[in-house]
Structures are given as structure tokens and as C-alpha cells.
Design a protein around this ligand. Structure first.
Ligand code: SAM
Ligand code: DTB
Ligand code: SF4
Length: 341
């Protein structure tokens, strides 16, 4: 049995990264099989419910006002339009509907519409996930009361590298929001981006931060940077092609996340479009067991349902059937969630 440990040291994580690739893959696949079926991959769909115009300066993001990416700012979508999109996602076989807003944090005046959206999507029998920026404890409690299943808030990189990518808020504030989400009883989704010019040591620090949280995030999205023209990192990458992340190093990161957080869903998130089928196959072997479907992420293109269906066919993978997500109660005990009333 692969133990669930929260006491990983940076040295241990660095040693995992250093393993011969075949040995690392074997250990990751073994950990994966302890808690998950290796032929099942969860399908999630993303929708940007409020796009662009974000005051934050995240160096990778097309939606920041500091970027010159051409993304137009919109208002928060109408509740009915969001529910329509969710219905389409369900018809397309998605299990989870993830909604993102380009906010530093939601304003209290936004919360009633957000609550209505969560309830509506949940009533359709989809799992709900939101990513709205920083939350206060009260906002987290409101989302929990509405029945939100997951909240996504990424730590993005190591504490050290984070400061080089974002200046408008600090790493501690990110951890504070994760703490509010955890305490509210909502499942935590937190991961980051690989290929932002960070070092191996930063990738070690990134996995170390997540795997030594009081409790591991239930979902860990691993994004490959989507280089967007007009963003600081997108432009940097265009000028220095050497900076693109090596495929094997990307798979290593997935494998180390799987070994250190064996029970979590590890999501192959943004950037799949530029990752070959063979590398994705290695990622699934290394324990990735969730993807975003559809032809669009928030603003960037995604692989698309047809190419994913073909990939699943080639690899003999199937969609994970919906199961009741476990919710964490305030005292830390796991309980099966009640379905929406
Ligand atoms: N505004 C909210 C926030 O930052 O928490 C939610 C939306 S934000 C777009 C969600 C996550 O998407 C970011 O934390 C980042 O990890 C990821 N992301 C954004 N742009 C990306 C890009 N160009 N490539 C890869 N991942 C990206
Ligand atoms: C996450 O870690 N990746 C998703 C989700 N959480 C919200 C977002 C990816 C965004 C990719 C860039 C874009 O579409 O603008
Ligand atoms: Fe805003 Fe989120 Fe983009 Fe950062 S990642 S600029 S907080 S939308």
C-alpha cells in the first residue's frame, strides 16, 4: 500500500526527480494503481464565465490588463447562458464543469449570481468547480453552502519562482485562500504551470509545497505553459525557443506529483495541444488521470473532443464514470457528499 504522507522533504522529492526515467515511471504507475484504475481518465470541461480585464499581473496570463494579448474583457455571464453550456458539456460526456473568472477576487455583489450558477450546474448532476481568485473565509463558506464541489486556486510554482512571475499578490495569500477553501469543506484543486523558465529545483519546491499541505489537494492540475503572444512569459518563450519545457521533464513532474500525492486526481491541464500523443501516453502511465475536454480552455485552444476520442481509442482509455466526490467535513473526516436536494 502506498502511504499518504505529508512529511515529504525537498531532498526526497529531488531524489525522485533524479531516478532513472523507467524506474520513476514504474514507481509512479505502482502508486497510481493503488488508488486509481489505470485505464480511466476523468473528463472535465472548462468555461470562462468572466473573461479578461483582470488587474493581476500573472506573467503567463492572457487575461491580465498588463498583457497585450487582444483578449477582450467581458462581464460575468448570464446564469442561463452558463447553464446552457453546462448542459452541452454533460451531453458531451463531461463529469465536471469548471468555471473560471478573471478576477483578483470575487466582489460580494457577484456572489448571489455565483451561488445560483453553482446550484444550477449541480442540479444537472455535474460536479462543480470554480476558480474565481482569492476568497475570504465567508465567501468560501457561501460557496460550500451552495454545494460547490471543488475550488481551483493554483500555487503556480515554487515559493521562490512565484515572486518572479506575479507581483500583485504573494504566495502566502495563495496559501491563505487554499486554507479558507479547505476549512469550508470544499475539495481543494491546486497545481501549477511547468515550463515558465523555472528550474528543476523550482519544480521540486512546487511539488513539495503541495505534498506537504496539511492535506493533499484532491485535484492537482499540471499545466504546461501555453505561450500567449503579448504576455511576458509568452513573449520571452518566443524569443528563446530553448526555454520550452523538455517532454521527459514534464512527464517526470507528473510522475513525482503522483508518487507524492497518490490519492489525488492529477490533471493534465493546459498545453496538451502542444504535447504529442506519445508524451501524453507517458503522462497517463505516470499517473495523470484527468484532462480538460473540448476545443477551448479559458481563452486558449484545447485539443478538442475528436482528437481526444481518437487518443483514448489508440490508448484503450475510457472516461471515468461519475462517482460521488468525497467532501471533507470541518473536523477533517471524509464523508460521501449528499446529492443536490
Ligand atoms: N483568476 C483566477 C486565478 O488566477 O486564480 C482564476 C483563473 S486563472 C486563468 C487559473 C489558472 O490557469 C492559473 O492559476 C494558471 O495556473 C492557469 N493558467 C493561466 N494562463 C495559463 C497559460 N497561459 N498557460 C498555462 N496555464 C495557465
Ligand atoms: C488550471 O490549472 N488550468 C485551467 C483551470 N485551472 C482553470 C486553466 C488553464 C488556462 C489556460 C490558458 C487560457 O485558456 O487562457
Ligand atoms: Fe487574473 Fe487569474 Fe489571469 Fe492572474 S491568472 S491575471 S488572477 S485571471
Amino acid at each position: 500500500m502506498t502511504d499518504i504522507r505529508m512529511d515529504w522533504t525537498r531532498e526526497e522529492i529531488a531524489a525522485l526527480f533524479d531516478l532513472p526515467f523507467t524506474e520513476l515511471l514504474f514507481q509512479a504507475a505502482t502508486a497510481h494503481r493503488t488508488y486509481h484504475r489505470p485505464d480511466e481518465v476523468q473528463l472535465c470541461t472548462l468555461l470562462s464565465i468572466k473573461t479578461g480585464g483582470c488587474p493581476e499581473d500573472c506573467g503567463y496570463c492572457s487575461q491580465s490588463v498588463h498583457a497585450d494579448s487582444g483578449v477582450e474583457a467581458t462581464k460575468l455571464m448570464d446564469v442561463r447562458a452558463v447553464l446552457q453550456s453546462a448542459a452541452q458539456a454533460k451531453d458531451a460526456g463531461s463529469q465536471r464543469f469548471c468555471m473560471g473568472a478573471a478576477w483578483r477576487n470575487p466582489k460580494d455583489r457577484d456572489m448571489p449570481a455565483i451561488v445560483e450558477i453553482v446550484k444550477g450546474v449541480r442540479d444537472m448532476g455535474l460536479e462543480t468547480c470554480m476558480t474565481l481568485g482569492m476568497l475570504t473565509p465567508k465567501q468560501a463558506d457561501m460557496l460550500a453552502a451552495a454545494g460547490l464541489d471543488y475550488y481551483n486556486h493554483n500555487i503556480d510554482s515554487s515559493p521562490e519562482y512565484y515572486e518572479r512571475v506575479i507581483s500583485t499578490r504573494n504566495f502566502e495569500e495563495r496559501l491563505d485562500t487554499l486554507d479558507h477553501v479547505r476549512k469550508s469543506g470544499i475539495n481543494v484543486c491546486s497545481g501549477g504551470i511547468i515550463g515558465m523558465g523555472e528550474t528543476r529545483e523550482d519544480r521540486v519546491g512546487f511539488v513539495h509545497t503541495l505534498s506537504t499541505l496539511e492535506q493533499h489537494p484532491e485535484s492537482v492540475p499540471v499545466n504546461a505553459l501555453v505561450p500567449v503572444k503579448g504576455t511576458i512569459l509568452g513573449d520571452m518563450l518566443a524569443d528563446t525557443p530553448m526555454a520550452k519545457i523538455d517532454d521527459i521533464e514534464f512527464v517526470r513532474t507528473v510522475a513525482v506529483a503522483r508518487i507524492t500525492m497518490p490519492k489525488s486526481m492529477v490533471r493534465l491541464s493546459a498545453g496538451r495541444e502542444s504535447i504529442s500523443a506519445s508524451t501524453q501516453a507517458l503522462c497517463f502511465m505516470a499517473g495523470a488521470n484527468s484532462i480538460f475536454t473540448g476545443d477551448k480552455l479559458l481563452t486558449a485552444p484545447n485539443a478538442g473532443d475528436d482528437s481526444d476520442a481518437a487518443l483514448f481509442d489508440r490508448l484503450g482509455l475510457k472516461a471515468l464514470e461519475g462517482e460521488e466526490p468525497l467532501r471533507q467535513s470541518r473536523d477533517g473526516a471524509e464523508s460521501t457528499m449528499e446529492t443536490a436536494e
